[in-house]
Unconditional design. Structure first.
Length: 369
C-alpha cells in the first residue's frame, strides 16, 4: 500500500501579510555590515570540478566571468578587513571545497550557479530570497518600498573581484544598502613595465614588491559591473536611492597617479564612476608616494547639481608598504549605524497622525567620513 505524503503549509505564509512584512523588517535589518570579496581555495592541485561540460568549449566551472579559478567568492554578514586588504586573501578550508564537490556530484540537473549560491555564507536577505517564489515576490516588493533612511546596511566590497561576485551572485542586496564602500587596486599589465624600471633604479628592489597585475579582461568585467552599479544609484532617476558611494583604489608604481585618470584601454575605476555619475557632491583626493598612488572618491547624490572638490596629498612614508597598500582600508571603517530618529512629543505625534512620515534629517549624514 502506497503511503500518502501530506505537504503541510508554511506557518509563515498562513500569517496575515501585514505580520509577514513586520517579520521581513526584523530579518532584513538584522545586519549592519556586509563584506563581499574572494578567498583562495584550499587546494590548488585539485580544484573543484562540477562535472559540467559547456557547448562552446569554455570552462564550465567559471561561474563568475573574470573570476580566477583558484578564487572562491565570499559574502560575509559582517565587516571583515582581512578580505579587503591587498595582501593574499584568506584561504578557505578544504571542507568548504569538498562539500561543494559533493553537492555538485549529487545531481547533474542542478544549475551550477544555483549550487554556488547555495554554498555561500548567505546573509539573511539572500536566504529569504531563496525560500520560495511567494516570499521572494513579497520581499522584492517590500525592498522596493523601503525609504533610504530606513536602511542601515553598509556594503564593503573589493575591486575588481568583489564587484564581480556582487554582480553575479547577489545584486538584489543593493535594495537594503544605504552606503557602498569599494576598496582595491588598479594595475593593468601595461603598467607593470613602469614598476620594473623603477625597481631597477633602486638598490632595494623589495621596496617595489607590488600586487600582481590584473588581466585586462578582468578589468573590463569589473568596470562593466561598476558602470551598472553607478548608473543604478547615481543616474538622473536612480532605481535605488543611496546616501554615499566611496572608493579607495590603489595604483602601484611611481607614476601611479597617471593611471588614475586613464579613460581607455581599459579605463580606471575612478573614471568609470565619474563618467556614469549624473550629479552629486563629489569629493576626491590623490595621495602620492614612491610605491604608488591612492585615489579616494566619495559621491553624495544630488540630482540638481554636480560639484567636485579635489585635493592632493603625499604619504608620510611613500616607501612603506603598510602605509601605501594598507591605505585601501579606511581606519574609520566600519561606519557606525545611523542614529534612530528622536521620538516625537505626544502632541506632535497626534497632529501628524500615526501614518505620516517623520521629517527627521537623514541619519546617514552624521556618519559620512
Amino acid at each position: 500500500m502506497r503511503s500518502q505524503q501530506h505537504h503541510s503549509k508554511s506557518l509563515l505564509l498562513e500569517l496575515p501579510v501585514e505580520l509577514r512584512l513586520l517579520i521581513y523588517d526584523y530579518a532584513l535589518f538584522s545586519h549592519e555590515h556586509v563584506t563581499i570579496s574572494t578567498g583562495l581555495k584550499g587546494s590548488f592541485a585539485s580544484p573543484v570540478d562540477s562535472g559540467y561540460a559547456s557547448d562552446d568549449g569554455h570552462d564550465s566551472d567559471e561561474l563568475i566571468p573574470g573570476l580566477p579559478s583558484d578564487f572562491e567568492p565570499a559574502v560575509l554578514p559582517r565587516f571583515d578587513p582581512d578580505f579587503l586588504h591587498l595582501e593574499q586573501p584568506p584561504i578557505f578550508e578544504n571542507s568548504h571545497a569538498e562539500s561543494a564537490a559533493q553537492d555538485g556530484a549529487a545531481s547533474d540537473d542542478d544549475d551550477p550557479l544555483a549550487r554556488h549560491r547555495a554554498n555561500l555564507p548567505l546573509t539573511t536577505p539572500l536566504a529569504l530570497l531563496q525560500t520560495n517564489r511567494q516570499i521572494k515576490d513579497e520581499l522584492t516588493w517590500h525592498l522596493k518600498s523601503q525609504r533610504t533612511q530606513e536602511r542601515k546596511l553598509s556594503l564593503y566590497m573589493t575591486y575588481p573581484y568583489g564587484l564581480l561576485v556582487f554582480q553575479n551572485l547577489c545584486p538584489d542586496l543593493i535594495r537594503l544598502v544605504r552606503s557602498i564602500h569599494i576598496s582595491g587596486y588598479y594595475y593593468p599589465p601595461h603598467a607593470q613595465e613602469q614598476v620594473k624600471r623603477a625597481a631597477e633604479c633602486r638598490w632595494l628592489q623589495r621596496l617595489y614588491t607590488q600586487p600582481p597585475p590584473i588581466d585586462e579582461s578582468v578589468i573590463k568585467f569589473a568596470n562593466d559591473a561598476l558602470k551598472r552599479l553607478t548608473r543604478t544609484i547615481l543616474s538622473p532617476s536612480p532605481k535605488v536611492p543611496m546616501e554615499e558611494l566611496e572608493m579607495r583604489i590603489y595604483h602601484p608604481g611611481p607614476k601611479g597617479n597617471e593611471l588614475i585618470w586613464r579613460g581607455e584601454g581599459p579605463s580606471s575605476p575612478i573614471c568609470v564612476a565619474l563618467c556614469n555619475t549624473h550629479g552629486g557632491s563629489i569629493e576626491s583626493s590623490v595621495t602620492q608616494g614612491g610605491r604608488g598612488a591612492g585615489a579616494w572618491l566619495k559621491i553624495t547624490p544630488n540630482e540638481e547639481a554636480r560639484t567636485l572638490t579635489q585635493r592632493w596629498k603625499r604619504f608620510t612614508d611613500g616607501n612603506s608598504k603598510e602605509e601605501c597598500e594598507g591605505w585601501v582600508v579606511n581606519p574609520e571603517w566600519p561606519l557606525p549605524p545611523p542614529a534612530p530618529p528622536a521620538p516625537s512629543p505626544p502632541a506632535a505625534a497626534a497632529a501628524s497622525g500615526p501614518s505620516s512620515p517623520s521629517d527627521h534629517s537623514d541619519p546617514g549624514d552624521e556618519s559620512n567620513s
